[in-house]
Ligand binder design. Structure first.
Ligand code: GLA
Length: 414
């Protein structure tokens, strides 16, 4: 009850409580080994050689300059057993030089380095050791290795303890080391993490795993409407990102799957196309969510670069007002409008067609954005990288293809 009261008071005051240990003032950006379900050790690129080559690529392909500064290992980096002193160890075949050396290499290129663990007894894949009962020693091991970011999963957690208790305890253990580590919870939204995640961690997963598809009926643990991009967009509309987003408190809808495998099929499914990937990136940015890629950033196609390296859209993600954008219009036809106020008084707007077949006309008016209908407004198209003209009195209309967006930055002129 005390927690609920605190949340209500915080909301009434327009404040989101947030956990500040010095890291996570802006939405984290980077790359993570995890790619998709059931490909652990096959497609997760979790070896010393692969991680080095990915870090090298990110240092030279423009990503680091744009702020992608976390290199993160997900599940599958650890040995099957703890060492003789009860400490976690890296898998010696995958990381022959050890985890400290891996961290040193990543740091030498100017990146930060993160590892995955689990608050349960095992990690989610292949029964690697989880941190349950070992929070202090694991936190100290991470600190000793020079880790900057810890993600904690929720598999095999004890049924008689709550997520908030487990994550609070691990958060305290990390802090007690004296090393600042960004803490990322991953309890899949099961215990409504949006209402407490920002108190113990700087980012919190709000739903089941995102898979690299547009639609995917839910198959994994956690809340949400499904594991595809479209379903995550609907789930975020339901949660209303503006309520829970603040510096040191980022809603994590999971990794970006941008042009995952560049259109090869996976079983019966085709991974997200260019348009679907562009839509995904637009929304994650509108929500001020972490931009953490699960896709391979090496040898990127021009199409993939045009998404991942789009500074104008990244600027929306990192905008210093740090607001999560919300849906402001939703039609039965599938036409939607989303908006996010920006620090300089501009507003970012997404015109989104959530349907699969028909092209839809979508119209935003200045009044929908809280501006006067006579306002003089300039518009910039953040994917076309050009100015567009207000084509209606008091508004703008465009035809949007299925699953596509028009992402705009609107400024009022004096
Ligand atoms: C869970 C998490 C994923 C990933 C895998 C690793 O499914 O939700 O993000 O970390 O475990 O096993």
């Amino acid at each position: 009850m005390a927690k609920l009261t605190a949340v209500v008071v915080a909301l009434a005051a327009g404040v989101v409580s947030a956990y500040d240990n010095g890291l996570g003032a802006t939405p984290p950006m980077g790359w993570n080994t995890w790619c998709t379900d059931d490909l652990c050790g096959v497609l997760d690129r979790c070896t010393e050689a692969e991680v080095k080559s990915i870090a090298d690529a990110m240092a030279s392909n423009g990503m680091q300059d744009l702020g992608y500064d976390y290199i993160l290992l997900d599940d599958c980096w650890a040995a099957q057993e703890r060492d003789a002193d009860g400490r976690l160890a890296g898998n010696a075949k995958q990381f022959p030089s050890g985890m400290k050396a891996m961290a040193d290499y990543v740091h030498s290129l100017g990146f930060k380095f993160g590892l995955y663990t689990c608050v349960g007894t095992y990690t989610c894949k292949q029964h690697r050791p989880g941190s349950y009962g070992h929070f202090d020693i694991d936190a100290q091991t991470f600190a000793d290795w020079g880790i900057d970011f810890v993600k904690a999963d929720y598999c095999y957690h004890p049924d008689n303890e709550t997520a908030v208790d487990q994550y609070t305890a691990l958060s305290q253990a990390l802090n007690a080391t004296g090393r600042h580590m960004l803490f990322s919870t991953c309890e899949w939204g099961e215990e409504e993490v949006w209402s407490w995640g920002g108190d113990v961690a700087q980012m919190f997963r709000v739903q089941a795993d995102h898979l690299p598809f547009w639609r995917f009926p839910q198959d994994a643990a956690g809340q949400g409407f499904g594991q595809g991009t479209k379903e995550i967009i609907e789930w975020m509309a339901h949660l209303q990102p503006s309520q829970w987003t603040a510096p040191y408190s980022w809603m994590d809808p999971d990794f970006l799957m941008t042009l995952f495998l560049e259109n090869e099929t996976i079983g019966d499914y085709t991974p997200m196309t260019f348009i679907e990937s562009r839509t995904e990136f637009s929304f994650w940015s509108l929500w001020s969510s972490p931009l953490i890629l699960a896709t391979d950033p090496r040898d990127m196609s021009e199409a993939k670069k045009s998404i991942i390296l789009n500074k104008e859209v990244i600027d929306i993600d990192q905008d210093p007002l740090f607001r999560g954008g919300d849906r402001i219009y939703n039609s039965e036809t599938g036409a939607q409008i989303w908006s996010k106020p920006l620090a300089n008084g501009d507003i970012a707007v997404i015109l989104y067609n959530s349907g699969n077949v028909a092209t839809l006309p979508i119209k935003v008016t200045w009044e929908m954005l809280g501006w006067d209908k006579t306002a003089s407004v300039t518009l910039r198209d953040l994917w076309a990288h050009e100015e567009v003209s207000a084509n209606l009195p008091g508004g703008f209309a465009a035809k949007i293809g299925p699953r596509d967006v028009r992402m705009l930055r609107l400024s009022q002129s004096a």
